[in-house]
Design a protein around this ligand. Sequence first.
Ligand code: FAD
Ligand code: NAI
Length: 471
Amino acid sequence: ATPAEEKDLVIIGGGVAGYVAAIKAGQEGLKVACIEKRGSLGGTCLNVGCIPSKSLLNNSHLYHQILHDTKNRGIDVGDVKLNLANMMKAKETSVSSLTKGIEFLFKKNNVEYIKGTGAFADEHTVAVRLQDGSETSVRGKNILIATGSESTPFPGLTIDEKKVITSTGAIALEKVPKKMVVVGGGIIGLEMGSVWCRLGAEVTVVEFLGQIGGPGMDAEISKNIQKTLAKQGMKFMLNTKVVKGDDSAEIVKLDVEAAKGGKAQTLEADVVLVAIGRRPYTANLGLENIGLETDNRGRLVIDSEYRTKLPHIRVIGDCTFGPMLAHKAEEEAVAVIEFITKNYGHVNYGAIPSVMYTHPEVAWVGQNEAELKEAGVKYKVGTFPFSANSRAKTNQDSDGMVKFLADAETDRILGVHIVGPNAGEMIAEGTLALEYGASTEDVGRTSHAHPTLAEAFKEAAMATYGKAIHY
Ligand code: FAD
Ligand code: NAI
């Protein structure tokens, strides 16, 4: 082994959390190394998460629209065929250009990229098994753990990524399944279920809770999107739990029953997507060598400056607290480098948007109605439907609504919830409003260009403190 080299900062994990921290550290003049074992940078998000799933969501939507939604637009199309292999190639091209782009940014910002698996040898030394099988080590004055997360397995089902799949298999199937059962109606289940439903699979989503969308989605918005997804052909079994799975034959069998005891039945599928959440990933990191432990959900425990009980070792991203989102990891990456170099940094966890990239999209920021009720906050509600928005009408894409929740007394915005076309872009305005402590009247009195979808946002704000014009 080569003698350990000393860096200002050693980062374990080159996902969004790790690579953004590495670039920021390079920009601040730190001597920094980033260790990544996957063989390419960008982590879950770029390689098997956000980016490939959005490529498939975009192109499967286009395919579905060309099949079902052109005649009434005055476009006659001929024979439309799916070329799944080429759709996958398009996805791979997007992924590889983005991951290579990060390698370029590493070079530009003097970040040393170490291709291998890191594990703590002692409190300042990370041993690395390099991709070629050899070993080295690197010492850090500071060490940042950014090892991310993995999908939570379902007991009794063996993931082979062909017949029983996680999201990783769901972005790489070689043919369209006849019947797909999705276990878990959260974000992954609905996004990947949408892709395969559009491409022709019969998709049934089994969800334990009484609503789809996973944690955080407002109940009214969840009902709204469920109706639209059902119109697209997706089937839902809510308040239903999977009790047992049998994947020994070609057709997978799942025993399901009502969540609160009741009717049992067996579902059959040629592909089962397990999407019941993700859990922090810290396996083989040598945490025991430095006395660091995880909590009962596998998360590394940190203080408000991302420090573990060993203050020079910090943690950000999916392997610690907070929502498992790429932009959350990115905010933390910048903040943690600011803590290291300047002793201050800040992330507003109350204003991190969530987006589900189905069609239409669902997006929200701040609190939902159930959360406000539970906290005993007095609030008012204003809504505006896209069916009354001129641009949505001209686009013939007018399912959904914008909903504001504001403090009953002060009118300060507490939450914004959108289901509708381009909700994921529109939520940026809601996030900015929340960040700056705006009232719904501030938004309602701001000019929005006509004709745009964003006018629905303005009018929902107007409906909160007064009246909308067009509804
Ligand atoms: P990761 O991206 O998981 O990166 C951790 C990296 O560390 C990995 O590359 C891993 O190989 C490496 N690593 C682990 N252990 C070691 C070790 N010992 N040595 C060296 N390297 C190691 N979020 C969004 O905001 N928007 C989306 O649209 C979105 N879509 C998603 C779709 C899917 C299908 C999935 C699964 C996730 C999606 N997410 C999305 C979530 C997003 O991918 C994660 O929140 C984000 O990747 C977290 O970044 P991270 O750096 O903390 O972890
Ligand atoms: P999730 O937490 O969003 O949803 C899991 C769902 O499965 C929940 O609704 C839960 O009630 C249900 N469930 C759990 N156990 C079940 C069981 N035994 N039977 C039936 N239902 C069960 O998790 P998901 O969808 O796996 O996604 C993981 C994370 O990945 C998300 O929370 C998010 O952080 C990230 N992600 C973000 C995306 C985005 O931002 N667009 C896209 C995809 C993933």
